[in-house]
Design a protein around this ligand. Structure first.
Ligand code: FAD
Ligand code: NAG
Ligand code: NAG
Ligand code: NAG
Ligand code: NAG
Ligand code: NAG
Ligand code: NAG
Length: 521
């Protein structure tokens, strides 16, 4: 970059921070046209009739879309990788903040909104998946959703799978960038642990692969803050083996009916992470019923990589307190277990995994990591608070297994050795309105405060995949690394320092940025 454009960009950053729009739409579109080597680049401006529906199409958390939300100046929908290159070059040239969007599931809506003028680079049309069964690998473009990925793998093999998230409409672009975990975590680790190559468009508009980007950048994009280093075009992933038959079960217990309820949950904390790696038992805790019938329900939701006979033996030995019986168990193919775990209808077809229409909701989420079991008194306090909220859920996902075997510095995702389980807190509501939002968000903050005593400390660790803006922001291009360090160390522990070093090297002007991106100074 020459000195003039560096100067120009700094001037533009400065005017953004003063709230001045300095984008000339005509000139920007002209630039795209000029840069386009492969014909027309699909781009929408607010005057287009399709604009609003495209903008909102994949925003999962609709809390962020209101009548006063700042609209993007442009939405670019690349249909060719060269369109991504052109977008980066032109956005940089014109000093426009670029938000990158793959599946749109960001918990804080960061891929779709901004409080300064911006554009959205939406990758949903770059979603090809090619599965190589012989080599047990696949190339997955960022706009592919997890359901599509699982479907394409199953199309070619009943005994290959990939250890990524549970929700079929989550995007590969954002989720592998932040780690990505699901039912195979204990056996195979994170999605990011199983990325073996990638294609990225860097700040100069070049397409790099693992070899040409170098190991530092390749390290950073596997779990570092998404959107900090470049636009991921595609991932090459290592597929993993699953048996032709797996077994699932769901056992529900009610606090109201069961005097042993809390000690059972407590017992789960002691054993779930110690069970064989082939067995995952999540515990989801939520209030159910209304008024005086209201109580707390614990759902133990499980996937076992093996048949039900073996599972019963394992459970008898490892977690007899749950009382699993053969009538509770259902044997399935792995791909059917994906539908089941995602809560999709049992009589549905595998094609349901290709449905890109997602449910919408108002939500606030947070996360924690637990290193010693939460005492009964802590659990009982949690039940009391859960009862006060409309639709909260606390989902506990056991770790250990493969997660303990991978060094904390292997990739930026650091929540490993010694972690017993992760908790996701989520509260969902259905009415628009800032008062309504505030009430639920306040409840969430109070709940998080209650849990502080019982979870990881200094730092209180958090999962960037469950992005939480309460942990702090790096608001603009000049935020320094110390400001970032509050959320930085929570998400990345000591890996944060190396992420800042990589950022300085590959994007010193901080072109790729969002509210929680790695700062360059
Ligand atoms: C209903 C629901 C279920 C979920 N279930 C799971 C789960 O089971 N396991 C799990 O690990 N997580 C889960 N998540 C969290 C999810 O992994 C993250 O929200 C993830 O960031 C979503 O990726 P996305 O592409 O859909 O989102 P986006 O909103 O498109 O992107 C998220 C972030 O990544 C950046 N980004 C997106 N694409 C790219 C790209 N190509 N290059 C560079 N940066 C990019 C965005 O700018 C944004 O900052 C869930 C989230 C929701 C809402
Ligand atoms: C992108 O365009 C190039 C050049 O025209 C072409 O070779 C390539 O196949 C295109 N890629 C896609 C995904 O369409
Ligand atoms: C498997 O990988 C090898 C080496 O990279 C390659 O030559 C071969 O074509 C691949 N197999 C398939 C089916 O693509
Ligand atoms: C699946 O079952 C539900 C509930 O029993 C029913 O409403 C639905 O029509 C069924 N769908 C199919 C595709 O059979
Ligand atoms: C796709 O999913 C949406 C949301 O879950 C649902 O309303 C719709 O009926 C589904 N479409 C098909 C074709 O199954
Ligand atoms: C995990 O922690 C244990 C106990 O502190 C230690 O012995 C082991 O070396 C650690 N493993 C890794 C991969 O860091
Ligand atoms: C941008 O960051 C600088 C330095 O951290 C800070 O002083 C300034 O207030 C920030 N501007 C905005 C708009 O947040």
């Amino acid at each position: 970059m020459d000195r003039y454009s560096v100067l120009l960009i700094s001037v533009l950053f400065f005017s953004f921070s003063l709230g001045i729009t300095s984008i000339d739409p005509g000139k920007f579109l002209q630039c795209l046209k000029l840069q386009s080597k492969t014909g027309f680049i699909p781009v929408y401006t607010p005057t287009s009739s399709k604009f609003s529906s495209i903008w909102q199409s994949t925003v999962h958390n609709i809390r962020f879309i209101t009548s006063t939300t700042l609209k993007p100046e442009f939405i670019i929908l690349p249909s060719n990788e060269s369109h991504v290159q052109a977008s980066v070059i032109c956005a940089k040239q014109h000093g426009i903040l670029m938000k990158i969007r793959s599946g749109g599931h960001d918990y804080e809506g960061l891929s779709s909104i901004s409080d300064v003028p911006f554009l959205i680079l939406d990758l949903s049309n770059l979603r090809s998946i090619s599965v190589d069964v012989e080599n047990k690998t696949a190339w997955v473009q960022s706009g592919a959703l997890l359901g599509e990925l699982y479907y394409r793998i199953a199309e070619k093999s009943k005994t290959l799978a990939f250890p990524a998230g549970v929700c079929p409409t989550v995007g590969a672009g954002g989720s592998f960038s932040g780690g990505g975990y699901g039912t195979l975590l204990r056996k195979y680790g994170l999605a990011a642990d199983n990325v073996i190559d990638a294609q990225i468009v860097d700040v100069n508009g070049r397409i790099l692969d693992r070899e040409s980007m170098g190991e530092d950048l390749f390290w950073a994009i596997r779990g570092g803050s998404p959107g900090s280093f470049g636009v991921i075009l595609s991932w090459k992933i290592r597929l993993v083996n699953v048996p032709p038959t797996v077994t699932v079960f769901r056992i529900e217990k009610m606090l109201r009916d069961d005097p042993g309820f809390t000690s059972l949950v407590h017992r789960w904390q002691e054993v779930a992470h110690n069970l064989p790696q082939e067995l995952l038992i999540r515990a989801a805790i939520a209030p159910v019923g209304t008024e005086e019938r209201r109580t707390i329900k614990a759902s133990f939701i499980s996937l076992f990589l093996g048949d039900s006979k073996k599972l019963l033996t394992v459970m008898k030995q490892g977690f007899p307190e749950l009382g699993l019986e053969s009538k509770d168990c259902t044997e399935k193919s792995w791909i059917r277990s994906v539908l089941w775990y995602a809560g999709m209808p049992d009589n549905g077809t595998l094609n349901d995994l290709l449905n890109r229409t997602q449910s919408k909701r108002f939500a606030k989420g947070k996360s924690d990591y637990v290193k010693t079991p939460i005492p009964v008194v802590g659990l009982e306090g949690a039940w009391k608070l859960l009862m006060k909220e409309v639709r909260p859920v606390m989902t506990m996902h056991p770790f250990r297994g493969k997660m303990d075997e991978i060094a904390e510095t292997e990739i930026p995702y650091p929540h490993r050795n010694g972690t017993l389980f992760q908790i996701q807190y989520l509260t969902i509501w259905t009415e628009q309105g800032s008062e309504e939002s505030e009430r639920h968000i306040n409840w969430m903050r109070k709940f998080y405060e209650h849990m502080a005593t019982y979870v990881s400390k200094t730092p209180r660790e958090a999962y960037i995949g469950y992005r939480d803006i309460d942990l702090g922001v790096s608001k603009n291009g000049t935020a320094n690394s110390l400001q970032g360090s509050a959320w930085g160390s929570k998400y990345f522990k000591s890996n944060y320092k190396r992420l800042v070093q990589v950022k300085r090297k590959v994007d010193p002007e901080n072109f790729f940025r969002n509210e929680q991106s790695i700062p360059s100074n």
